[in-house]
Design a protein around this ligand. Structure first.
Ligand SMILES: CC(C)(COP(=O)(O)OP(=O)(O)OC[C@H]1O[C@@H](n2cnc3c(N)ncnc32)[C@H](O)[C@@H]1OP(=O)(O)O)[C@@H](O)C(=O)NCCC(=O)NCCS
Length: 179
């Protein structure tokens, strides 16, 4: 999928995660700084990574995509829907621009926007939400650029290292008007 908006020239496409994306995805999953920002603590082993990938196709509760540059087919990151809840028409969205050279160029917010729009149009969801650690202002800004609004601050919601960390809840509704 690519951006539906004619306003900005799309620079990335989202494509279902495939074999060719697995090595980079595993590297990013075990990167210490990405683990910290994404509140993950358990390293991923290659065998487990493959089993996880093969299990994805049978899952109804998540949809996982790679973000590739349109100009160059470069795999720059992943974005996915998690905890898809058809009854309440909502899902959590998570994102990683694992390629450090891809960050701060607007690609992360484009990937978030693409997937949120797809979730509303293709899955009929009404609400897409994200939890962002307060130590991660770049991610908060990327979600806001993609039309998400901060709904609240969950004080001390996560324990990270040796201290509690606040978490922002951000969401975008299908009915939200975009600036
Ligand atoms: C978070 C992430 C997905 C955002 O993707 P990205 O391509 O870097 O984001 P964008 O370029 O679209 O937007 C980033 C914005 O944050 C701003 N920003 C960067 N560092 C910042 C900081 N320390 N404080 C505030 N804003 C910051 C950028 O300037 C940019 O805003 P602007 O366009 O108004 O200038 C990406 O940086 C990433 O993968 N980070 C590591 C993993 C992660 O944090 N995942 C999200 C977990 S919730």
């Amino acid at each position: 999928m690519t951006a539906a908006s004619p306003a900005a020239q799309p620079r990335i496409r989202l494509t279902p995660l495939a074999e060719r994306h697995l090595d980079a995805t595993l590297t990013w999953a075990n990167d210490a700084e990405l683990m910290r920002l994404m509140d993950r603590v358990t390293p991923v082993e290659p065998d487990g990574h493959r089993r996880w990938f093969e299990g994805l196709r049978n899952r109804e509760d998540c949809r996982y995509f790679a973000a590739e540059t349109i100009d160059g087919d470069h795999h720059v990151g992943n974005v996915w829907l998690w905890n898809i809840d058809p009854r309440h028409r909502r899902a959590e969205i998570r994102v990683v621009m694992g390629d450090v050279t891809a960050r701060d160029r607007g690609l992360g917010s484009e990937a978030i926007d693409l997937l949120a729009t797809w979730a509303f149009q293709a899955l009929g969801l009404h609400r897409v939400y994200a939890y962002v650690l307060a130590i991660n202002p770049r991610a908060q800004r990327a979600f806001e650029k993609a039309g998400f609004r901060a709904e609240g601050l969950l004080r001390g919601d996560r324990w990270s290292g040796d201290m509690p960390v606040d978490v922002y809840l951000l969401a975008r509704l299908a009915s939200d008007t975009r600036p």
